[in-house]
Design a protein around this ligand. Structure first.
Ligand code: JDK
Length: 248
């Protein structure tokens, strides 16, 4: 996969040399090129921003340099924005199937909207909080995308497992020692009873999801719940998907 990144802070992307993204790059699975937007300015001050039409606080990124940069680079355009559609694991899978992605990192109050329109860009948000700019959002998205590229995750089971736990938060994990600062590991995990361990993990997933992400629990397909799942939720006094309050 080819990735181009355009930013006024290209130094932000130094971490892309490290760890598994760095390895994907040196193995040739991933080619990343980071560009300075100011390379596409023509004035002596290398100006990238101007005041907003209609008034208001802050500055907006001028369309000219962006247009010249994106004409030259091509690729499917992704634009981080607090007003974008939510970035999800599903979107990461879909972007991982692209041959060439170009990320446009805005700063200030963002990029002139005509740039997104001209290049058919997709505006994407990481979540409902406001960053200083798009750079950190691109690091996050690239990490999510890179681990889905063929040959990046050594353990073939790692990705398969994720689809199993689909729609639920994961159960807690433990390693040695068995006792640490007076806290022990749940006995079932050292019982050697694989059926009981799987059931315990499923219970933990359901209870965690109910407590932390009731939105995910409510969105579950009731057909994916077994009798024990339903009994567990009911005993805990939690809402059971598919048993919503009567409609009238
Ligand atoms: C790209 C610039 C900073 C953008 C104005 C007024 C209320 C803010 C600052 N998920 C996520 N969060 N933040 C981003 C993101 C921020 C960015 C850019 C991505 C480029 N900024 C910025 C807009 C405002 N706006 C209404 C929200 C202020 C992505």
């Amino acid at each position: 996969m080819r990735v181009d990144i355009v930013s006024v802070f290209p130094e932000y992307f130094a971490p892309l040399d490290l760890s598994l993204i760095g390895k994907a790059r040196s193995s040739g699975v991933l080619s990343i090129n980071v560009h300075d937007l100011r390379d596409w300015t023509h004035d002596v001050h290398r100006t990238v921003d101007d005041t907003p039409y209609g008034g208001g606080p802050g500055m907006v990124m001028r369309p000219g340099p962006w247009g010249d940069a994106l004409d030259q680079l091509g690729g499917t355009l992704i634009v981080p924005s607090p007003a974008g559609v939510p970035f999800t694991q599903k979107m990461a899978h879909s972007l991982a199937a692209e041959a060439h992605l170009t990320f446009a990192c805005g700063r200030y109050e963002g990029i002139d909207q005509r740039v997104v329109e001209e290049f058919g860009g997709l505006e994407v948000s990481l979540g409902d909080y406001v960053l200083f700019g798009g750079e950190v959002a691109v690091l996050v998205m690239l990490e999510a995308i890179t681990r889905l590229l063929p040959g990046v995750l050594g353990n073939a089971d790692s990705l398969a497992d994720e689809s199993h736990a689909h729609g639920l938060l994961e159960a807690p994990m433990y390693t040695k020692p068995f006792e640490w600062r007076g806290h022990t590991v749940p006995d079932v995990l050292v019982s050697g009873h694989h059926g009981k361990i799987a059931r315990w993990r499923r219970d933990q997933s359901l209870l965690r999801t109910a407590a932390r992400r009731p939105d995910l629990l409510a969105a579950l397909d009731p057909a994916t719940l077994d009798k024990r799942d339903i009994a567990l939720l009911r005993e805990a006094g939690l809402p059971v998907p598919g048993e919503g309050v009567a409609e009238w």
